[in-house]
Write a protein that binds this ligand. Structure first.
Ligand SMILES: Cc1cc2nc3c(=O)[nH]c(=O)nc-3n(C[C@H](O)[C@H](O)[C@H](O)COP(=O)(O)OP(=O)(O)OC[C@H]3O[C@@H](n4cnc5c(N)ncnc54)[C@H](O)[C@@H]3O)c2cc1C
Length: 317
């Protein structure tokens, strides 16, 4: 059995989890989703609409998140179900607890996966290295279970013809008392989709000249249903919040569309966004390194071009 970690945004099943279940359905794999909380009726319906056959609710894992506690709980579940693989979205939390659980199960984990296949029962994954300059292909050959942490927006979500009737079971995970637990988690004020999950991102750098000009990016993002990101240069000077930073020391994103406005394309920025499917760069300098990664490049002033693009998209969409 494959275990997929189910993540929700409030009551809605995250698109990244739908990608995992779509992959399992397409590969005709026996799979179940698991989580650490009781499902709300809306969450249950969302899982059924995604075709998920069963949900395992871990119980007795404590009130708060703990990487080692959840990791041990996962290891217990993997052992009980004799699971050969755990799939989860690649994010800070899963890089902790799925890695801890698979390590405890004497398996292997790979994060930031952008392509996954099954060949005669053997999992094969691909992940970018060195800011996307090369792609590494990974074969899992050991005996233990594999942990595969997928970047969002890599798998086409398929909506099954008819919803499933989900079986819900509880699993008494009972990990040992954890050494440390998460006490408080503060949600950002933005109503927009989190950068790591967003399928469209409009991002700005120092070329936007002033923090007020980020309003142009927000307007374009509203038209496109996108989330606004930024380079570290503008985060460091306090124009925008750190939660908006894309790159090596910010967030790793893989949207279908990334529009970089006034961003030079330093290697540390590329490290966080080079696996985006379509990259549009707007820059006054035709030699800017971002153009080497861009699918479409526009040499020009972002302050003039972004409002024009916004008007054009408003008419077209
Ligand atoms: C250890 C380390 C970690 C780092 N981590 C990150 C990270 O996570 N994310 C990150 O982004 N950076 C990171 N950096 C910083 C990185 O090296 C760059 O300094 C930064 O990305 C530059 O940001 P920028 O492109 O906005 O600014 P700049 O490099 O100054 O580029 C501004 C660009 O705007 C263009 N421009 C100017 N005016 C206009 C206009 N009117 N219209 C259009 N274009 C215009 C210019 O031609 C230029 O290409 C890191 C650096 C280090 C050392």
């Amino acid at each position: 059995m494959i275990l997929c970690y189910a993540e929700f945004d409030q009551n809605k099943l995250k698109n990244s989890t739908k990608e995992l279940s779509s992959w399992c359905l397409e590969q005709k794999q026996n799979f179940a989703c698991f989580g650490f909380a009781e499902l709300t009726p809306e969450q249950k319906t969302d899982l059924e609409n995604a075709g998920v056959p069963s949900y395992i609710q871990m119980t007795n894992t404590g009130d708060s998140y703990s990487s080692m506690g959840w990791g041990e709980a996962l290891a217990n579940l993997v052992s009980a179900k004799q699971s050969k693989a755990v799939l989860a979205t690649s994010n800070t939390q899963t890089k902790e607890f799925v890695a801890a659980g698979i390590y405890k199960s004497q398996g292997s984990v790979v994060s930031d996966v952008i392509a996954l296949s099954l060949d005669a029962g053997q999992f094969k994954a691909q992940k970018p290295l060195y800011a996307g300059k090369c792609i590494s292909s990974i074969k899992f050959e050991g005996e233990g279970p594999v942990g595969i942490l997928m970047r969002p927006n890599q798998i086409q979500v398929q909506t099954p013809e008819s919803p499933s009737t989900i079986q819900i079971e509880t699993f008494e995970a009972s990990p040992s008392a954890p050494g440390c637990v998460l006490k408080i988690s503060v949600k950002g004020s933005s109503e927009k989709q989190d950068l790591t999950e967003a399928s469209r991102i409009v991002s700005g750098g120092r070329g936007m000249k002033e923090p007020e000009n980020f309003k142009l990016l927000e307007d374009l993002a509203d038209t496109l249903g996108a989330t606004v990101g930024a380079s570290r240069a503008v985060v460091d000077v306090g124009w925008v919040a750190h939660s908006m930073q894309v790159g090596q020391t910010g967030k790793t994103v893989s949207p279908n569309l990334y529009i970089a406005c006034g961003i030079s394309g330093a290697i540390q920025h590329l490290a966080g966004m080079s696996s985006s499917k379509v990259i549009v760069a707007i820059n006054t300098d035709k030699e800017a390194p971002i153009f080497e990664k861009a699918t479409y490049g526009i040499v020009g002033d972002a302050l003039e071009l972004v409002p024009k693009l916004n008007e054009a998209f408003k008419k077209a969409l």
